[in-house]
Design a protein. Structure first.
Ligand code: NAD
Length: 506
């Protein structure tokens, strides 16, 4: 095994499994069936959740529909909605430790990152609260003295929110407070692998006084819960984050009713490194970009495109830093990289690495599972592959693991072509001290977000989303809020000056 930095295993008491129920019309409902989640790092049962059926999903949709029609939420003023969202934000802050610990046990991510994810999410709720009060339409007072035009924005209606396992609390908070700020009612389906933090948030919503039926939660699998939430005629919009393959299924299911669909999907996000860049900072950002959340991150920078003149030395620096990143027990607060979400996924990561080597890539570091004494085998070594060419699967497909592919370039145009030679377009990054290089790159690459001389910074104010097969629609920021609104034009004739269409008989 290469010389890596492995953090100490922390002794923990065997966790009492969290019991997750559906939240339907303000009531907690035990499922007729349940499913268990085993911690990827410790191999212990950490939650037992209701496994949703079609009829439970129907009940949740009916509750959301009836809450929407009753105006118990959409009829409130923005100030009233904001007051509830701000209470939720305060409750999140007061419950970070409990939610984060459960999220780490279910997902395998380091506890420090779970704390950051949950603690940081309250700011999304506060920002959404500000939009509930300040959102507005347009008025047109220049249509002539006999006409006033008003564009009003109304809640889309009943929204299904379907989320993945990699950032369960954060991704829910990128959607739910914005949908609620707009006046929508919702049904949430978290991933079957990480359902508990969503249930805990449901408890906080009730404590904050959200009216019954405004936010419903159905736990369980894509079939039948997720697909029904997408296809149902009483649902007006689906907001989905997950894999591109399931995103396509959801789009098909939505086509029956032509409901609105917003998709946040996969990525194959490149960082391009020029010789004039701050190479020490770039190397650190590359290591952060590929190992954060064990590479199980839509924004993972799983491929780097490095200028030929500096490629060898840059890769050596990335390897040195990779060996210093602390892998291991997610419950240790010092750990930076935890466990892989499932054993099957670990096998898939390894198969990608093997296939890349067979295709001619050079293994510079890692390339094997990482057994941790006392915790088992569901970890993967930090892995660096050089000599990757654009045609290899490892350069084109989302691996979703701690695996970095290194490609090289000579000119800016060549680098831009390589960035855009992908079905994905989520994010991209450029490292150069030359502002012209950074601006030309930012303008020409096909991506929803471009980072220059940084990686994966984000703010509630700045919208997020992908192009091409990375998705459609936007989250957070003002644009994310607008996704949950529909637009209506109202034309008002002033006075009685309308010219008759029918010629009057004398
Ligand atoms: P996934 O697509 O397997 O599952 C996502 C959710 O969809 C889960 O709740 C799942 O139960 C549900 N689902 C499965 N089949 C369904 C169906 N037929 N109909 C409706 N719902 C169904 O994704 P995952 O493995 O949980 O998450 C990883 C993926 O998510 C990666 O591809 C990653 O890039 C993507 N992701 C994207 C973003 C982004 O913002 N662009 C963020 C995080 C993750």
């Amino acid at each position: 095994m290469p010389e890596l930095t492995i953090s100490d295993v922390i002794e923990i008491d065997e966790p009492v499994p969290f019991v997750g129920k559906h939240l339907i019309n303000g009531e907690w409902i035990s499922g007729s069936e349940t499913l268990e989640r085993v911690s990827p790092s410790h191999g212990l049962v950490v939650s037992i959740s209701a496994k949703g059926t079609a009829s439970e999903t129907e009940n949740a949709i009916a509750a959301a529909r009836s809450a929407f029609e009753s105006d118990s939420w959409s009829g409130l003023s923005g100030k009233q909605r904001a007051t509830t969202l701000l209470k939720v934000a305060d409750l999140i802050d007061a419950n970070v430790e409990r939610i984060a610990a459960q999220e780490t046990l279910e997902s395998g991510k380091p506890i420090a990152q779970s704390r950051g994810e949950v603690g940081g999410a309250s700011d999304l709720w506060r920002y959404a609260a500000s939009l509930a009060r300040t959102g507005h339409g347009d008025s047109h007072n220049s249509l002539g003295e006999d006409m006033l035009g008003i564009v009003v924005k109304e809640p889309v209606g009943v929204v299904s929110i379907i989320t993945p396992w990699n950032f369960p609390f954060w991704i829910l908070s990128q959607k739910l407070p914005f949908a609620l700020a707009a006046g929508c009612t919702v049904i949430v389906k978290p991933s079957e692998m990480t359902p508990s933090s969503t249930v805990m948030l449901g408890e906080l919503l009730l404590e904050a006084g959200l009216p019954a039926g405004v936010c419903n939660i159905v736990l369980g699998h894509g079939e039948p819960v997720g697909s029904l939430l997408a296809a149902h005629k009483e649902v007006d919009m689906v907001s989905f984050t997950g894999s591109t393959i399931v995103g396509k299924l959801i789009t098909q299911a939505c086509s029956n009713t032509l409901k609105k669909v917003a998709l946040e999907l996969g990525g194959k996000n490149p960082q391009v490194i020029f010789p004039d860049a701050d190479l020490e900072s770039a190397a650190d950002a590359v290591v952060f970009g590929v190992y954060f959340n064990v590479g199980q991150c839509c924004n993972s920078s799983s491929r780097i495109i490095v200028h030929e003149d500096i490629a060898d030395t840059f890769v050596q620096r990335v390897i040195e830093l990779s060996k210093q990143v602390k892998f291991g027990d997610p419950m240790n607060p010092d750990t930076q990289v935890g466990a892989i979400v499932t054993d099957e996924h670990n096998t898939k990561i390894h198969e990608y690495v093997q296939a890349a080597i067979e295709a001619g890539a050079k293994l510079e570091l890692g390339g094997e599972r990482l057994p941790i004494d006392g915790l088992g085998n569901q970890f993967y070594q930090p892995t660096v592959l050089s000599g990757v060419t654009p045609d290899m699967d490892i350069a084109r497909e989302e691996v979703f693991g701690p695996v970095l592919s290194v490609l090289t370039f000579r000119t800016l145009n060549q680098a831009i072509t390589m960035v855009n030679d992908s079905v994905f377009g989520l994010s991209a990054g450029v490292w150069s001290e030359n502002v012209h290089t950074c601006i030309e790159f930012s303008r020409k690459v096909e991506a929803g977000t471009v980072w220059t001389n940084t990686w994966m910074d984000g703010y509630p104010e700045l919208t997020f989303g992908g192009v091409k097969q990375s998705g459609q629609g936007r989250e957070i920021g003002r644009y994310g809020y607008e996704e949950f609104l529909k637009v209506k034009s109202i034309l008002m004739r002033i006075g009685r000056s309308r010219t008759p269409w029918v010629e009057q008989r004398a």
